[in-house]
Design a protein around this ligand. Structure first.
Ligand SMILES: [Fe+2]
Length: 211
């Protein structure tokens, strides 16, 4: 996957801009070190997001952009105090506010690369919810960039099926059920529909095949 991203970057960017993009990818890899509990999470989000984009009939260029957006989506966690990342209990309001800062910080890091302003916007809104109850801006429905709606589904799916310290893993069919239950409140129903159709078509064997 990194090879595909690098080829895309090499093709489209001048050397100075390329080195900025490579720096971001290095930072994303660093995030896995910062937060080993979610190691590999960003890579999988990129894979799922580009797969969903393809199933929605979006262009290869958008599929590549979403792969990169997935890789970078939580890069702002580098600037968040470490304690809330590891806390097994429910976060206090103050800790939750600290955690929520990661989308703003991520946006501020990525937007520094002029070619990546669209990706910065996608990252900024990846925790918005269709019903307007998400963050940071409480956007709803189509106000949320499509890329962010895709990332949100991919992110939540991976969080459910991947083992975490303080949450048991659930099966792929069960995770899909959860996504469908929250269609039109938390998630974009069309994004969930195409992802669900893909998973069912593949007999729920997504994880090994797509990565
Ligand atoms: Fe996030």
């Amino acid at each position: 996957m990194l090879k595909a991203i690098l080829e895309e970057l090499l093709e489209n960017q001048r050397p100075a801009k390329l080195s900025q993009s490579l720096l971001l990818i290095t930072l994303a890899a660093l995030l896995d070190t910062h937060d080993p509990l979610t190691s590999g999470h960003s890579r999988r989000i990129g894979t799922y997001s580009s797969l969903i984009a393809r199933e929605l009939g979006l262009s290869e260029r958008i599929q590549s952009a979403l792969r990169l957006a997935g890789l970078l989506h939580d890069i702002g966690k580098i600037g968040v105090r470490k304690a809330p990342l590891y806390k097994p209990d429910k976060l206090s309001d103050e800790e939750m506010d600290e955690m929520k800062r990661h989308v703003i910080l991520g946006y501020e890091i990525i937007v520094e690369v002029p070619q990546l302003t669209t990706i910065a916007g996608i990252v900024l809104h990846h925790h918005e919810r269709i019903d307007g109850s998400g963050y940071p801006h409480g956007l709803s429905g189509d106000e949320i960039p499509l890329g962010s709606r895709i990332l949100c589904v991919a992110d939540s799916f991976d969080a459910m099926v991947t083992s975490r310290l303080y949450r048991p893993t659930i099966s792929v069919p069960k995770a899909l059920e959860e996504l469908e239950k929250c269609s039109n409140t938390q998630f974009d129903s069309e994004v969930v529909r195409v992802f669900g159709a893909y998973l069912r078509n593949k007999g729920f064997h997504l994880l090994g095949e797509a990565l």
